[in-house]
Design a protein around this ligand. Structure first.
Ligand SMILES: [Zn+2]
Length: 643
């Protein structure tokens, strides 16, 4: 803490000042905060598991340990990887050279995704139909670009121009590493950038994509194909192993009509270059050192990271990201405590109880809408720790000396696994995050809140800490995920997860007005020089924080400590609650990374998450004696109150 600062002037520095000074961003990182510290702790735990598994040479063939150990060991064998250079993708690059026409382009674009090699041109996946959630349906989304957001192609300010140049250098470098002469490689970079720029122009903006109705466009497959005469989706889907489907959901139809035009207006030779690039960029992190270094140089321009993340850490993350439910079994056996789950179950129940009290007490909502909101609240399905049924990755081949092929095999296995969900009942047991993940989520179509084992540790959760600390930490996280069910997007889904309005017109208008006021509050926060938080992009997360912290506080006040005034270390229970919240969000961030996150991240930066919700809570003013004249002071009637 920095006790020289008045909490009412700068609560973030008051709660975190000493820590922020003592903990600059390590050279191999892009930000450093509570999340990163716990992630670092978890990845080290994972490393030990992986090293043990890899060293166990007598592990039974086909066992979890053997497969996980082999995957990791293959990734750590940099001598073999370096010897191969770009051999693992030579055949792909050659095959693409043989493409003769638009059909050949589309054949390749679909083939690459079925073998886990790349996802060029557009997004394709199988997911729940959000207006009919018991059905899994094929879905198309915009895509085709490489830079983190369409703005990077379209806005030519100094920051973006520098990144565009770094991107072109990266493209040039990867082509030259495959034997292409420098002049041709530079020409390729221009071709790729210009083609991707056209796709970026066709994309919807990130804020627009938050509208679940605008992005819900259901077509008969034949009708959709009529809007894209160069792309016959029945045959394209068959090439992606999907047959017998009459309908398709499209997030942004305009993107596909533009892509359809680009298919014939762009020379086939340019598409070949583009497809080769897609193979190259997807493969680069798994090829020899010169490819990995080029990839890092590009990332460095985006994020400002000083030195490459060590190989063991990249390979631990990769193992988690590709065969996470094999690794997860070993992680959970060692690090998940059943008593943590029991405590979590109890806290979730208390948060739901608090939320119920708050919904019943809302002064702006009619009884009719309240009844629907309560029905939705009581239909929430919480999941804690890890899935009941582990994925077995049956048929996925992993060998100790074929690193690149292992990664490809995992991609291919993932694609087949996704397609196999068509025509089957929705699997409600699955987790969208792996067990060591330090995060949590709400799924509107499942109406579920999910907390992986990884986040159930200090500083979010500590079974030995007082309730103030736990309710200000994981309690607020639970409240945040519940609130996603009632944010600007989640509130449009009903208790069954269906996208269907359950609000009266009057209540909905009031909710939108309250949300707009909250968006303005965050719009006023500055991050870097002239860069502001985007209140509309971060609205869902900010409603999550505001609703979540209020509900966590309400639940905390029901505990014995919440009712007492007994100080610990000189702080009252209420002060400890808000300090715990503030310390969860402490972080130092590199300026380059901060600039990227403002464009791409729906979460507000930690410093504003720290104060954004408390400055709207009367209890915070009382706890820290915040008075008119203090910099963070907001008049009681102007405080944002939603849930
Ligand atoms: Zn969230």
């Amino acid at each position: 803490m920095d006790l020289s600062v008045k909490p009412g002037d700068d609560f973030y520095t008051y709660a975190n000042g000493a820590w922020l000074k003592a903990n600059p961003v390590p050279a191999k990182e892009t930000r450093w905060g509570s999340f990163n510290e716990l992630r670092d702790f978890n990845i080290k735990a994972v490393r030990t598991i992986l090293n043990d598994a890899a060293a166990k040479t007598n592990a039974k063939a086909g066992s979890v340990e053997k497969r996980v150990g082999d995957f990791y060991a293959a990734g750590m064998d940099s001598a073999t990887i370096d010897k191969l250079g770009y051999t693992p993708i030579k055949a792909d690059l050659e095959r693409i050279k043989g493409i003769k026409d638009v059909n050949g382009v589309l054949n390749e674009a679909t083939y690459l995704r079925t073998v886990g090699a790349a996802s060029p041109m557009f997004g394709f996946y199988i997911g729940q139909d959000r207006k009919n959630v018991e059905n899994m349906v094929p879905q198309l989304s915009q895509g085709g670009t490489t830079l983190p957001d369409r703005d990077y192609y379209l806005k030519n300010d100094a920051r973006n121009t520098k990144i565009q140049e770094a991107y072109k250098t990266y493209i040039t470098k990867l082509f030259t590493l495959t034997g292409v002469d420098k002049a041709t490689a530079e020409k390729n970079a221009e071709t790729i950038f210009n083609l991707e720029k056209k796709m970026a122009e066709a994309q919807m903006a990130r804020v627009e994509m938050r509208d679940p109705y605008k992005t819900y466009n259901k077509f008969a497959v034949a009708d959709f194909s009529k809007t894209t005469p160069n792309m016959d989706w029945k045959s394209l889907m068959a090439k992606m192993k999907v047959t017998g489907q009459d309908t398709i959901l499209v997030s942004s139809p305009k993107f596909f009509t533009e892509l359809n035009g680009l298919l014939t207006s762009t020379p086939v030779a340019d598409w070949q270059t583009y497809l080769q690039w897609n193979v190259l960029k997807s493969a680069a992190p798994y090829l020899s050192t010169d490819f990995v270094d080029a990839n890092f140089a590009y990332n460095q321009a985006l994020t400002g990271q000083k030195v490459q993340t060590p190989r063991w850490q990249r390979m631990s993350s990769l193992t988690d990201g590709t065969i996470g439910e094999l690794l997860g079994q070993l992680y959970v056996a060692k690090h998940f405590k059943p008593e943590a789950k029991a405590r979590m179950d109890e806290m979730i129940a208390n948060l739901i109880k608090a939320y119920e009290i708050r919904i019943k007490g809302l002064d702006w909502m009619s009884a009719e809408t309240k009844e629907k909101a309560l029905a939705k609240l009581h239909a929430f399905r919480p999941k804690v720790g890890y899935p009941d049924n582990w994925k077995t990755y049956e048929g996925l081949e992993i060998n100790r000396n074929t690193f690149f092929q292992n990664v490809r095999n995992a991609g291919q296995w993932g694609f087949n696994d996704m397609v196999s969900q068509l025509g089957k009942p929705v699997d409600r047991t699955k987790f969208g995050m792996t067990p060591p993940t330090v995060n949590a989520y709400y799924s509107p179509v499942m109406n579920e809140i999910v907390f992986p084992a990884g986040i159930l540790q200090f500083p979010f959760f500590d079974p030995n800490a007082d309730d103030a600390v736990n309710y200000g930490g994981i309690g607020a996280v639970i409240g945040h995920e519940i609130s996603h069910g009632f944010d600007d997007s989640g509130s449009q889904y009903d208790k069954d997860g269906t996208l269907r309005n359950w609000w009266t017109a009057e209540d909905l208008a009031k909710f939108k007005e309250k949300a707009a006021a909250l968006a303005s509050q965050y719009d006023a926060y500055t991050v870097l020089d002239t860069v502001h938080v985007n209140g509309k992009l971060t609205l869902g997360e900010n409603i999550g924080d505001l609703g979540g912290l209020n509900a966590a506080y309400e639940a905390f006040k029901m505990t014995k400590q919440g009712k007492s005034k007994k100080k610990i270390d000189g702080f009252t229970p209420d002060q400890r609650f808000f300090l715990s919240w503030a310390q969860v969000w402490r972080a130092n961030t590199l300026p380059e990374t901060a600039a990227q996150l403002i464009v791409t991240d729906p979460h507000s930066p930690g410093q504003y998450r720290t104060i954004g919700a408390p400055v709207n809570m009367d209890a915070w003013y009382k706890a820290f004696n915040v008075k008119p004249g203090d910099k963070l002071y907001i008049k009681p009637e102007d405080r944002n109150k939603i849930w």
